[in-house]
Write a protein that binds this ligand. Sequence first.
Ligand code: PMV
Length: 314
Amino acid sequence: MSMPRRASAASFTAFGPGKVILLGEHAVVYGEPALAGPLHRGVRAVGVPSRRCELSIPSSVTGSHRRLITSAFRRAARATGQPRVRVSLQSDLPIAMGLGSSAALSVACARVLLEASGRSSSADEVAKVALQMERVFHGTPSGVDHSTSAHARLIHFRGAVGKRAASIRSVASPRPLKLLVALVGERGPTHRLVSALRARERRWPRRYRRLFAELGRLADEGARAVATGDLETLGDLMNVNQGFLSALQLSSPPVEQMVHRLRRAGALGAKLTGAGGSGGAVIGLFLEPEPVVARLGREGIPCFGSQLAGPQAL
Ligand code: PMV
C-alpha cells in the first residue's frame, strides 16, 4: 500500500482571476505586444482529498462546454502526475464574453493540481500547466489570457514567435487604474473571430500586418502611460485601439453604442475587450467608475467595476 501524498492530507483552494485586455487584442496573436490586467472576479477551485484525480463540474454545465472542460482538466491532471484530489469550481465571471473565463478556470485548476502534487506553484509553473488547458479550449491562444491570470498583475505581454521567447513584464501603476466592465449581448467563440481575421490577413498581409504593428505600438505606449500615471493618455490609446478594432471588423453596433455611452458618461477611454464581434465585454476607463456602475445598473445594463492596478488593487 502506498503512503498518502502530502496532498491528500489537506484541502487546497486557488483563485484564477479573469482578465481584460486594455490594448492589443488580436494583434497579440501575430506576435505584437498587448497590455492586460486581472479582474477581481474569476474562478475559485477547491481541491479535497480523493481516491483519484477528478473534477466535479456543476450539472448546469452541459454539452460541448462540459466535454471541453473535462478534456482540458485531464490534460492538466496528466501534466501534474494525477494527484489524488477532487477539484470543484465556483465562478463569478461571465462565460465567453472576453473576460478570460477559460484562462481563469485553467489557472485555478492548475494551481490546485500543482499544490496537491507537492510541486512548485509559482506563476510560471501555473502558467505552463494552464496553457495545456487553454490549448484544449482555444487551439492556439496567444497566451495573454492565462499569463495575466497566472501572474495576477497588469502585464505587458508578448508571445513567443519563432525563436523569440515570450516576454512578460509587470507594469506598476502609481494611480488606481479603475474600469467599468459592461456586458452587451452574445458573441461568437474566440477561435471563430480569430480565424476570420486570419483569413483577411492571409489575403492582404501587408496592410493587416501594418495595422497589427501599430496596435503593438499602442500597447507599448500604454505601458509607459500607466507607469507614469498618465491615465488620460491611456484612455486616448484605448479609444484609438477601438478605432482599429472597428477597422478590422471586430466591432459591431451594440459594442459601438456601449463604447459611446461610456465615453458620454465620462470615460477617459472605452473599447471592446477580448475577441469582440457581435457583443461581449466593453470596458471604460474611469477615475471613479462606481457612480456610473450604479447608474447603468439601475438602467438594467449588466456591469461591474474593477481595479486592475495601482494602490489597493486586487
Ligand atoms: O475573448 P477572449 O477572452 O477569448 O480573448 C481573446 C484574445 C485574442 O487576442 C483575440 C486571442 C488570443 O489568443 O490572444
